[in-house]
Unconditional design. Sequence first.
Lengths: 638, 638
Amino acid sequence: MTKYEVTFLPENKRVEVEAGTTLLEAADEAGVYINSLCGGEGICGECRLQVISGHAKADKDAIGFFSGEEIQNGYVLACQTAVADNLEVLVPARSRLEMEKIITEGTPLAYSQPGKVSLRRIAQDPATLREPLVSKVYLELPEPSISDNISDIDRITRGLRQKLAYSSYDFSLSCLQNLAEMIRQQDWQVTATVAKHNDTGRVLRLQGGNTADSNYGLAVDVGTTTVVVQLVHLETGEVIGVEGNHNQQARYGEDVISRMVFACTRGSTKILHQAVVANINALTLALAREKGIDTEDINGLVAAGNTTMSHFLLGLTPCSLRLQPYVPTATVYPQIPAREIAININANAIVEIMPSVASYIGGDIVAGVLACGLADQPEIKCLIDVGTNGEIAIGNNEWIVCCSASAGPAFEGGGSKWGMRATKGAIEKLKIDEGRVTFETIGQAKPRGICGSGFIDAIYELARNRIIGQDGKFNLSVTDRRIIVADDGPQYVLAFPEETETGQAVTIAEIDISNLIKSKGAVFAALKSLVDYVGLSFGQLEAIYLAGGFGSSLDIGKGIAIGLLPDIDQQRIQFIGNSSIMGARMALLSGAAFDKAIDISRKMTNIELSNYPPFMNEFIAALFLPHTHGDLFPSVHY
Amino acid sequence: MTKYEVTFLPENKRVEVEAGTTLLEAADEAGVYINSLCGGEGICGECRLQVISGHAKADKDAIGFFSGEEIQNGYVLACQTAVADNLEVLVPARSRLEMEKIITEGTPLAYSQPGKVSLRRIAQDPATLREPLVSKVYLELPEPSISDNISDIDRITRGLRQKLAYSSYDFSLSCLQNLAEMIRQQDWQVTATVAKHNDTGRVLRLQGGNTADSNYGLAVDVGTTTVVVQLVHLETGEVIGVEGNHNQQARYGEDVISRMVFACTRGSTKILHQAVVANINALTLALAREKGIDTEDINGLVAAGNTTMSHFLLGLTPCSLRLQPYVPTATVYPQIPAREIAININANAIVEIMPSVASYIGGDIVAGVLACGLADQPEIKCLIDVGTNGEIAIGNNEWIVCCSASAGPAFEGGGSKWGMRATKGAIEKLKIDEGRVTFETIGQAKPRGICGSGFIDAIYELARNRIIGQDGKFNLSVTDRRIIVADDGPQYVLAFPEETETGQAVTIAEIDISNLIKSKGAVFAALKSLVDYVGLSFGQLEAIYLAGGFGSSLDIGKGIAIGLLPDIDQQRIQFIGNSSIMGARMALLSGAAFDKAIDISRKMTNIELSNYPPFMNEFIAALFLPHTHGDLFPSVHY
């Protein structure tokens, strides 16, 4: 078969492919990651490339995505273009899927340090014992005698009862089948691997001698965008390593809704299930190799994700999640052996998924509530986790209310011309002083666009400089060479063409500002609705924890100033980073913490804002900078 | 390859085999069952055949088993003789392994009728519900609404809680994976298959619509000699069918000890495991076909067997069972999915093994205790199950003591020249009056030998006629043409050559009588030791239940008269038949009964007679007809 060489610029990566291979497939093979939100269907128009040399022509169905000039300049859709010549192609900055700053760790807080995890202790044992979800217990058992001839598993159980506090023990058949020889050959020295299953200790493995030190687990954050795996030593609690990658499901849809549609209209749940399992296996293998650890010694995995991700991880059809009345197959998931979902760790290892509350309140937010200690004390605290959906929980050790508000993609850089995720080249901090714009980009690269925290800064700075009014509209009486009025309305130039990587100006348009105000309005209105629902005021919140990618580079003062966050003492607002993986690790390190997560999930009352009439009024009142009711923001002055 | 034809007489079965095949393998292929206690090792000498035509020669190692005359007459060992010619061979009567009278059912007693099984009832439900180990529950669930949008499995659990009394429910992953679609397509009508696992309901299957009527289970008696399977409808409790066959393990050793040796000296546990699984699968398939039932609808199996058989069934190495201090791998066995041991019923079906007490007190005796209701009331009762080992349990609803006494093979027809199992042609009843012997044989066939109950009758009748003394020795002053004095001592002719199938006289020798007196002495001494141990007298036993193959044709009066059974009111001694399968079926039909079996097994105190000094004195005192201390048998007069 004829082969051709394709060179991808600017990275200058080459690959030889067979004739007929699509450019998207060739890019994949070359290790060049190209945006493809529709999964190669020719629908999203994201995978555009410019052919520099060689012959390739835009498919006629793809032509609608390009202007006449672009077609002239050799623009094609990678997924719709078969290779039939040696080619040099340029991947435009906007088409590149670059590695984001994946938040792989939370900021240390109450529970984020293993040592601070509140653990069950055993009264009879003077030593301070941690009780991870999967323990390894070394036993030196007395040899049987005619006066003490209980069965081998009764002898092991008797030994375990002295070290663990389960009310009963289950043994898998594989543990028993050669036990009699093994334990006698090993002079009654044996290490039991025991998983917590409610009040029962499930004995997964019995090994001769003392192998208690080789006991590892995985804490996994299954995000819609990224998957993060922490390799944890279950006896010391130490995080041995951490790796993240893009959720491979992104090929089949950018957000949960499009993935659910993909799965349900085509019966393709299995494809999405396998994609995320492949993510976890790849990260796990990389970690194990890097750290010189045998994957056979990984005995447990706890994953946290939203309800859709949790369903995909278990291979459950998500179709009823997205349609009224929004019913998940499960919210508390069964404990399963790793082999049942083809996770490549010890075949008897257990997999637990952090429990969900409802279709749109997932295990990630339950993990966050666990991690930030919201449910520990009588003081009332609040957790805000903002991604495409904003999830909010308020409560204490007795009650928790929560809700999910559709914040839209604005905070993640979606839905606007120059919006982008928090990846290399994104403007993440920005200041405007007397017509001068200074900014910081991720990776100190030339700007390619603007991410969520950059947008918040921009809106605040534009309003502070009175370039826009408190309604978000441009004040066209201001004279500023950065203000341009185009066909689609006024916009402000944040970076001129000569400053940017693409050679085009990075701008923020009035419509972008309006979208962002809607997003911040939705989050604030949801928060206000919840606070009102429980009859509190913001001042009564002991703490507000900000979780998720959104929070990490946000200026809290500016967040308050635009009316995203309530006007309370800034000291009480804290970033906690990736609280989802923090919670998953806590559950891995403490069976009691996992029980607590189940308790939390059952205790959380979900307020469906779409059915809660006061929300709409709150939303409308919040579409102003900082808010229609200025008295809610006494410290904010423009 | 050269092929030869072998014809087996008297059945006239022909088979064509390749040169080099042993006659034992050829017989197997022809469907001619030949005794082979050593499993084809040339050790037991049981598989003797007489070559009638064609050339075959006794292997030189096998010659020791034959007299010169026998060698002359063409006798060979089937397992040591390779086919190298067309052959006609005669299978002597003694070498044939014929189907025994397999006891497939117990006599109805307290618990043997499903209707009388004491079952857990649910207070909230006015209907009388049985709760089998695996229930099928049909649910008509309310459709979810926005005000009732709990997860699908929470909805199913809520439905189950109204019908079953488990404290929690576990779902297998396979139940969940396509649940959302299935349950919506089926308009929320679903049938759950739920297995009891301690206090948890394990949901094994979810099916659309109402399939509650298709719920079957298997009660299995895994005997050392025979395997019996009952197919039971779990909702009605009806026994749909029953089948029995020879334990295929018999090829590898006749008794548990020789099979343990086979398994342990060669690491062949797997072979014995597969043999008994093959037994169960063959019986199950035959039953399912005969009754037109889909094996997929068989959702549970409860097996009862001695501790060795239970170990083999699960594939556990039995090596430590037979050596001091006699330690089993397990006495309470894990609940396992049928697929884990390749039982060909529904892959998610559960297998439970009746719990054992110790190496020589197995699940069969625990099942028997359950079945006869010994542990139900304050009245003290006794169960005697006599095979090669005699197991005895005495107790009530508060305590149970038990022991195992090596009765030897005498009661099963072993160890004497004309002893045979209770198969076709065995003399099972016998009377001697004024030198005239009348007898009954199994299957009204010509006598081939004498089985356990026949021996008991014979000894009683010989003593009553003063042909032997109360010490079991022949009274040589009696003149009787039936008394012959051979090289190996005196013997009594029960059937003359012209009456028998073999053309040889069936006799009982002084040495046989001596062995039988030892056997009955061991059983009686064990019983007496247990009664003394708990400070009782025989008169305080409310009932004595006789179980096992031994009991079915025994004359109770003669059993008392020879001192095997204590001299109490005969009305209080009852046969209950196969109490092992009765108990297994009870546990299958009632999870509460299975719990009770576990409770019984934990409550039973095993007295190791080899370490209990009074036993030896009791044994010596019992080596007399009926007993050295005649006052123990006031009603017996010879």
